[in-house]
Design a protein around this ligand. Structure first.
Ligand code: AMP
Length: 214
């Protein structure tokens, strides 16, 4: 399965794509995680990390070559789940081209739907365990005592609002694009992590059942 997981900042995209990648046993390719890793090791240009901190987008050519290389790795041969890519029409068209050159195509694009009012609170109260990478929410999924938590620098309210604007102005146009291609599957992203996971897994299990020859 070659899947794209879409959702606005704070929609639960990272949490749910991790659950799904474990279920399908395909790698979760999170461009945000790859970029944050590159920032922490100093291998990402300073201009790019400033763009991220302000809630903007890293330019398409850098993102496309990152994803082209990562999806060609051995562990992605049997499929992958892209989390946070594509985010622009240019990236979506480039991804189609990369896959077509390998005689491949996307299986499906899942979009997590969450009302905008909920997104700001969700993102601002998100914390990540520095040791395990596990994502918590101070109100809905409190971390265990003693967890060593990080608050992403782009999860403060002003930056979250900027990221939401980028999502609705740029990324949201991918929803009708993938819908026209017959690839889009919408999932209600409101509810507990477990409730949303069971919706996502039920959808993907249905897709796999349809693909299996009878
Ligand atoms: P995320 O963890 O997916 O919310 O991504 C965090 C930040 O990384 C975004 O706000 C962007 O600044 C940058 N980023 C991640 N993926 C992309 C992408 N596909 N295109 C451009 N910028 C990206």
């Amino acid at each position: 399965m070659r899947l794209v997981f879409m959702g606005a900042p704070g929609s639960g995209k990272g949490t749910q794509s991790l659950v799904l990648s474990n279920h399908l046993k395909v790698p979760q390719i999170s461009t945000g995680d790859m970029l944050r890793e590159a920032v922490s090791t100093g291998s990402l240009g300073r201009g790019f990390s400033e763009l991220m901190e302000a809630g903007g987008l890293v330019p398409d050519d850098a993102m496309v070559s990152l994803v082209e290389r990562r999806t060609a790795a051995l562990d992605a041969r049997g499929g992958f789940l892209l989390d946070g890519f594509p985010r622009t029409m240019g990236q979506a068209v480039a991804l189609d081209g990369i896959l077509a050159a390998r005689n491949q195509s996307l299986t499906s694009v899942i979009v997590l739907e969450v009302a905008t009012e909920l997104l700001v609170e969700r993102a601002c109260l998100r914390r990540t365990d520095k040791r395990t990478g596990q994502i918590y929410h101070l109100k809905y999924k409190p971390p265990p005592a003693g967890a060593d938590l990080a608050h992403r620098s782009d999860d403060f309210e002003e930056v979250v609002r900027a990221r939401l604007e980028v999502y609705s102005a740029v990324t949201a146009e991918l929803v009708p694009y993938y819908d026209d291609l017959g690839l889009l599957a919408k999932v209600d992203g409101v509810g507990s992590v477990a409730d949303v996971s069971s919706r996502v897994l039920a959808l993907v299990d249905q897709m796999m059942a349809r693909k299996r020859p009878s």
